[in-house]
Design a protein around this ligand. Structure first.
Ligand code: UN1
Length: 498
């Protein structure tokens, strides 16, 4: 049996969670027992399931501080942001409490007398949910809460590095009244999960897959589920553009670029990828952004810092690999070094001991153009690209040209620019005078192109992921009325003119 240890990325000598890794068979077995439990869970009246979610929300609230602390300890997210993340779980529960008393279907008129048509939302069955370490509480809740309230059972495979958070969250769901076989947490590595999932899909134990993570893995899961005639809910990478028009409020721009570019050490799928700045204000924005980045506080995630460590060593390694895409055509700025922050590669003003954690310098790379590796690679670390444009059409082409389409932002007070951008940007989400990060928990969340297959989470929209529409017709005429054939038409005169 292999044991996984998650370590505090700010103090990697501290083990936060020690957990056995499941085998593929154990993963598939969990799916089977979740499948066995589904009919009974679906038979609980939806308002009662909604009450369970209400209880879970109150427990999340009562445990907000403890869970947020665990988020900071296990994945290194700055404590203020960790509190925001757990708040997003609470908001999600609050939204779906009412759904237990709605889950509306429709009554629809029939084309024939003495016949009535209806629609019903039916749970899909058992959902396998695979989530990432960067939003270890909020993003899982976007799947778990609506799936459960709609009458599905769930097998949740969290990122190994966020196993402690997942196990703690599951206990809060159980304390709120979710039966243990209705929600099961299985900690396993990626390839093992894939193998177990393949088996569970083949056996018919999984009816929906939800995945938040890389585009590469999303493609594989899309193929796998496609073979089983299922469409997964895929929330994948982003290369989120921020377009700065000449009339923009530059204080907002700088504050927004810092938060979305370097907050969470750039490890949000909504993080700023490249800031595209109009020629007229390019030098001013560049200088101000560099100056603000140079003095931003980095270090201990429990202190008042812009960002803390990367989630784990492998995220730092991948960040360092991304730095090798910097070429002679680029200019680098933002810190006293690049790559890992250590006592021999220090960051001015660093808070804490850099040698004890996986910290990286914030890096701004100037001169990004299509054709650069950094133009179309999601970097998922504290690296922000800077580029320039002369017309809005050019900015939109640059913002779309890499094929991702998750989040986007435009800074301007010109309504024409706003509406042109909204029409033409390919992203699933767009902000005006606000950053690419910070989606609220009740608007549709999701992307297009390399960012996802069009599925949307959150709000009422996610219900289409976890329910299927069933239509029903009830003929009480006592005779066989044939649709499209037994027509009822009133007399009319198409030749009539005034
Ligand atoms: C993610 O990175 O997968 O909009 C989700 C935001 C957060 C959620 C990000 N509320 O930045």
């Amino acid at each position: 049996m292999t044991t996984f240890e998650s370590r505090n990325p700010a103090h990697f000598d501290q083990v936060v969670t020690r957990v056995p890794l499941a085998t593929a068979t154990q993963f598939a077995d969990a799916c089977r027992s979740a499948k066995d439990a589904q009919l009974q869970w679906a038979a609980v009246p939806a308002p009662a399931r909604g009450r369970v979610i209400a209880q879970v929300g109150r427990l999340m609230e009562a445990n907000k501080d403890a869970l947020s602390r665990l988020v900071t300890q296990e994945v290194g997210k700055v404590f203020a942001e960790a509190l925001g993340e757990v708040q997003e779980v609470i908001d999600t529960c609050d939204f779906f409490i009412g759904e237990g008393r709605r889950l509306y279907g429709q009554t629809v008129p029939s084309e024939m007398p003495d016949k009535q048509l209806f629609t019903f939302r039916v749970p899909v069955g058992t959902a396998a949910i695979v989530t990432a370490a960067n939003f270890p509480a909020a993003v899982p809740s976007w799947y778990l809460v609506p799936a459960l309230v709609a009458g599905n059972t769930v097998v949740w495979k969290p990122a190994e590095h966020a196993a402690g958070i997942a196990l703690a969250m599951a206990e809060l769901f159980y304390a709120g009244g979710v039966p243990r076989d209705v929600l099961q947490v299985v900690v396993a590595d990626g390839p093992t999960t894939f193998e177990g999932l393949d088996d569970a899909l083949t056996q018919g134990w999984v009816n929906k897959v939800g995945f938040t993570g890389s585009t590469e893995v999303g493609r594989k899961l899309g193929e796998l589920t496609g073979r089983h005639l299922q469409s997964a809910c895929l929330e994948l990478g982003g290369k989120n553009p921020m377009v700065v028009m000449p009339d923009a409020n530059l204080d907002l721009v700088i504050e927004g670029a810092l938060f979305s570019g370097f907050g969470s050490a750039g490890q949000r799928c909504t993080s700023l990828g490249t800031m595209w700045v109009h020629d007229d204000i390019y030098n001013t924005v560049r200088d101000r952004f560099i100056a603000a980045t140079e003095v931003a506080a980095v270090g201990d995630p429990f202190a008042d810092v812009l960002f803390g460590p990367l989630i784990d060593e492998k995220y730092l390694t991948s960040h360092e690999k991304n730095l090798s895409m910097i070429t002679n055509n680029h200019r680098v700025a933002g810190s006293t070094g690049i790559g890992r922050i250590t006592s021999s590669n220090p960051r001015a003003g660093f808070i804490g001991d850099p040698d004890s954690g996986w910290f990286a310098h914030p890096t701004i790379v100037e001169g990004i153009r299509p054709g650069d590796g950094l133009y179309d690679t999601e970097t998922f670390g504290p690296l922000v690209g800077l580029g320039r444009f002369s017309t809005l059409d050019e900015a939109i082409d640059l913002a779309n040209g890499h094929g991702y389409g998750l989040s986007s932002a435009i800074y301007t007070n010109d309504p024409q620019a706003v509406w042109r951008f909204r029409e033409r940007i390919s992203a699933g989400m767009m902000s005006v005078n606000n950053t690419t990060s910070g989606a609220e928990a009740h608007l549709p969340f999701g992307g297009n192109g390399k960012s996802g297959n069009g599925s949307r989470q959150s709000g009422v929209w996610v219900l289409d992921q976890f329910t299927r529409w069933q239509s029903m017709n009830w003929d009480y005429s006592g005779s066989l009325q044939k649709a499209q054939m037994d027509l009822i038409e009133l007399p009319f005169d198409l030749d009539f003119r005034l």
